[in-house]
Design a protein around this ligand. Structure first.
Ligand code: ADP
Ligand code: MG
Length: 499
């Protein structure tokens, strides 16, 4: 019998005898306004059972009608992954009973998934810390509807919220080609970045917009056949996916090493214990009795429609990276960092319309702007500073009126608090403009003159050429921020008193 808990008894040496084999099934909720087969709102966070209709609940006599947008978004993902697009699609009923499935079947695609094959590029570190680049092969991507949600109160009662029922989903299924927890994490990170770039899903794992089932097996190195897999359901973070894989790997190796066998089953991951536990034996395929849905006609993705979707594809992360590198001339580091998050790249390009000092824009975003952003405000596209204000701030620094440190440490925080003000206005109000900042400059002039008493004497005796030396010293003290003209004036005035 397989033990339920995997204590950390398996040595690294024993673990290393086995190869880990992983396949991921990722569900993404599509960002459509309405459900996949009805006009009820597809909005997350509404009052329970308010976004429902007789169609979504499958009342007798109602007919589903396919949402064109859902098809479009699925095709977008397929094109981004270089999958083959299925042009003749049939929706099938997947029959099973569960309280959160009011119709008694889920509409899904069985024989004709909308995207076939394809790949997702990943980059991750192997066990030796070497960076590996690889394409994770996709088996297919299909369209289906989400089920409702059962909420258990822990006291024998369960309540049901059907708002989620009928939410359009794509399910992306990889081939069993993933070989480590790190690679699985890199794949999920890239899928999340892709759906956000493509604007087809918000990629929020905590809210369940992006969910992952993990299939794991182990086999001795060199063995041809795969081991028996288990499927771990309902992971709500990339970190937990990694932990679940590592714990499952240990459990399976330990079971095999102690003469047990692995049972094909569905398991749950407990984030508190870090262990998986058995939930149910995996049903066989035939249990679902798939058959083509008689209420929906086949969906044809015509050549014209496909061409239109292709023509309207948003830029992908890699294209974005190359544009930042080549068009805007940013260093690789900056380009990679900005392209990593679509919102940052968008913001950069928007500011880049108003100034050509691209490196300065990048410095501002990677420095003060990013420090202000939380994950949430980033998702909402709520940057601490408007595109126009950041461009103004950059030109204020470029014109020499304020230094970067004054702009970032003294003006930027005020602009966040008082967004109605302009950078120049704040600089004026706070007396930060370099040419109006006479007092600060006078202090530097006094310091310089006090430090060079002999030179001051020589100057006063007529060696006027020494003025350049004093100007240079004041400039040095001000770290280059002093206005040279004003410095000259103040020095001459201070030096005009007789000996
Ligand atoms: P099922 O019929 O149980 O749903 P599938 O063959 O459809 O199984 O595969 C589901 C997922 O499991 C896919 O992502 C696939 O890559 C993965 N998978 C299949 N066999 C294995 C295995 N032996 N070990 C790990 N993952 C596997
Ligand atoms: Mg399957």
């Amino acid at each position: 019998m397989v033990s339920e808990t995997a204590e950390k008894t398996v040595s690294a040496g024993v673990l290393a005898k086995y190869e880990l084999v992983i396949g991921l099934e990722v569900h993404c909720q599509l960002l459509t306004a309405t459900k996949i087969f009805a006009a009820d709102s597809n909005h997350f966070g509404s009052e329970p059972n308010t976004n429902i209709s007789v169609i979504t609940l499958g009342h007798p006599g109602t007919l589903p009608k396919l949402n064109r947008k859902a098809v479009e978004l699925a095709v977008r993902m397929g094109l981004a992954c270089r999958s083959a697009i299925t042009q003749y699609n049939i929706f099938a009923r997947k029959n099973y009973f569960y309280p959160d499935l009011p119709k008694g079947y889920q509409l899904s695609q069985d024989k004709t998934p909308i995207c076939v094959g394809g790949e997702v590029p990943v980059k991750f570190k192997d066990a030796n810390g070497q960076v590996v680049e690889k394409a994770v092969l996709l088996h297919h991507i299909h369209l289906e509807e989400d089920a409702g949600k059962s909420i258990h109160d822990g006291d024998w009662h369960t309540v049901l919220d059907y708002n989620r029922a009928g939410t359009p989903l794509i399910e992306m299924v990889t081939d069993p080609v993933i070989r480590s927890a790190e690679e699985a994490a890199a794949y999920l990170t890239e899928v999340r970045r892709l759906v956000r770039y493509l604007d087809i899903c918000d990629g929020n794992m905590e809210e369940g917009s992006l969910r992952c089932d993990v299939n794991v097996s182990v086999r001795l190195w060199g063995e041809e056949e795969f081991g028996t897999k288990v499927e771990i359901k309902n992971m709500n973070s990339i970190r937990n996916v990694q932990r679940a894989i590592e714990s499952e790997q240990r459990r399976q190796v330990e079971a095999i090493e102690t003469g047990g066998t692995i049972v094909q089953e569905t398991r749950m991951f407990d984030a508190h214990t870090g262990l998986t536990h058995g939930m149910r034996m995996k049903e066989t395929m035939n249990d679902y009795r798939y058959f083509p849905d008689p209420d929906l006609s086949p969906v044809v993705v015509s050549d014209e429609w496909l061409a239109e979707i292709r023509a309207n594809m948003p830029a992908l992360p890699k294209e974005r990276y190359e544009k930042l590198l080549n068009h805007y001339g940013l260093p690789e580091y900056d380009a990679a960092l900005l392209a990593d998050v679509k919102e940052l790249a968008d913001y950069f390009e928007a500011v880049g319309q108003l100034t050509t000092h691209y490196k300065a824009v990048s410095n501002w975003i990677m420095g003060p702007v990013k420090a202000q952003l939380s994950e949430k405000s980033l998702r909402d596209g709520q940057f601490p500073l408007s595109v126009e204000k950041l461009a103004e701030l950059i030109s204020l620094v470029d014109s020499g009126k304020v230094s970067f440190s004054t702009a970032s440490q003294r003006i930027f925080p005020v602009l966040i608090e008082q967004p109605e003000k302009s950078p120049e206005q704040v600089a004026q109000e706070q007396n930060l403009l370099q040419n109006s900042n006479t007092d600060t400059l006078q202090t530097l002039v006094d310091e310089v003159l006090a430090a060079w008493p002999d030179k001051v004497k020589e100057y006063k005796k007529g060696k006027k050429g020494l003025l350049g030396l004093f100007v240079g010293e004041v400039m040095k003290k001000s770290k280059g921020s002093a206005d040279p003209k004003l410095t000259n004036e103040l020095l001459q005035k201070s030096l005009s008193s007789p000996l």
